[in-house]
Design a protein around this ligand. Structure first.
Ligand code: ATP
Length: 287
């Protein structure tokens, strides 16, 4: 059965004007977004732009200093963090990894491993897994408990291109077969899963949001990566025309400095226009 995104249903989580402040600095501010059942939301943004911080605020791992987060009570969240504190000197099998965070019946565990394409290696040593196998095991662990919301922080890190496609396929299957909402943090500014319903670009605040371009149309892209890639990946990229200074002020492209960024900066709008496709400046900074 397919569960398409259903924005009309009550969101699983919604953030309203969320800000997180640490050591006198706003890590993120004014973050608004929500995730509905069956919806795939992808957060993109430069390193340090607050993607992980926003995701942690969304699931309640981190308490916002400003704004509010609404989650129905009893919401089940599966979370795959960007980094895992695992002592690699100790032997750890996939089976043990699956039950580290809580009990799981053999049947539930095997069903999750099966869905993740890992049913053949429950007794494999985690430290010998390939990058793709490791991410599959982590995903299996997260969705084994049938979460309403699955949060995946950079799930394709350390995975090669064909492995990436396979993982995106798996994420799509999870969404389609369970109808859970998915919050995905992408390591790549320019490429998101084609099934992404909403892309949110962070740059210390929500810079812009919209649906991704359906698929990269360019023949070069299809030639380089194949039509399968074009079906799975889409390009979504644009240009930030202002820089967040370390003290929280904003340097605009005309050289002026203000306390905040403004709607008329020319990029604080929702867009999904394929024409609106630029690139980030390397070395861009943000508060
Ligand atoms: N507990 C903390 N105390 C102080 N600063 C923090 C804390 N956690 C994160 N930061 C800072 O907040 C900023 C946002 O971090 P965050 O991990 O959310 O970014 P990100 O967009 O996920 O980055 P990346 O793409 O590099 O993973 C960074 O500058 C980081 O150094």
């Amino acid at each position: 059965m397919l569960y398409p995104a259903n924005p009309a249903s009550k969101p699983l989580v919604s953030l309203h004007n969320v800000g997180v402040r640490r050591d006198g600095r706003w890590l993120v501010r004014g973050v608004d977004f929500s995730i509905s059942p069956g919806e795939i939301v992808t957060l993109i943004g430069p390193n340090g732009s607050g993607k992980s911080t926003s995701a942690k605020a969304a699931i309640g791992v981190l308490k916002p200093d400003e704004g509010r987060v609404e989650r129905p009570s009893g919401l089940k969240v599966g979370y795959v963090p960007q980094k895992l504190a695992i002592d690699w000197t100790l032997p750890l099998t996939v089976r043990r990894l699956m039950t580290l965070t809580g009990p799981l019946s053999e049947r539930e565990m095997m069903a999750a491993l099966e869905a993740a394409g890992m049913a053949h290696m429950p007794d494999a040593e985690v430290q010998h897994l390939s990058g793709g196998e490791f991410q599959r095991a982590l995903m299996a662990r997260a969705f084994a408990r049938k979460p309403d919301l699955l949060v995946l922080d950079e799930p394709v890190q350390g995975v090669d291109f064909s492995g990436e496609l396979a993982l995106y396929d798996l994420i799509k299957q999870i969404r389609n077969s369970t109808g859970c909402g998915i919050l995905l943090i992408s390591h790549d500014l320019h490429v998101v899963m084609a099934e992404t319903d909403t892309v949110i670009c962070l740059n210390g605040h929500v810079c812009c949001r919209g649906t991704p371009e359906t698929v990269s149309q360019s023949p070069e892209y299809v030639r380089l990566f194949g039509s399968r890639a074009a079906k799975t990946l889409a390009v979504y990229s644009h240009h930030h025309d202002h820089t967040h200074l370390p003290d929280g002020r904003v340097l605009h492209s005309d050289g002026s400095v203000t306390d905040h960024c403004y709607p008329e900066d020319g990029h604080h709008h929702d867009h999904d226009d394929p024409e609106h496709s630029h690139h980030h400046h390397a070395g861009e900074r943000h508060a």
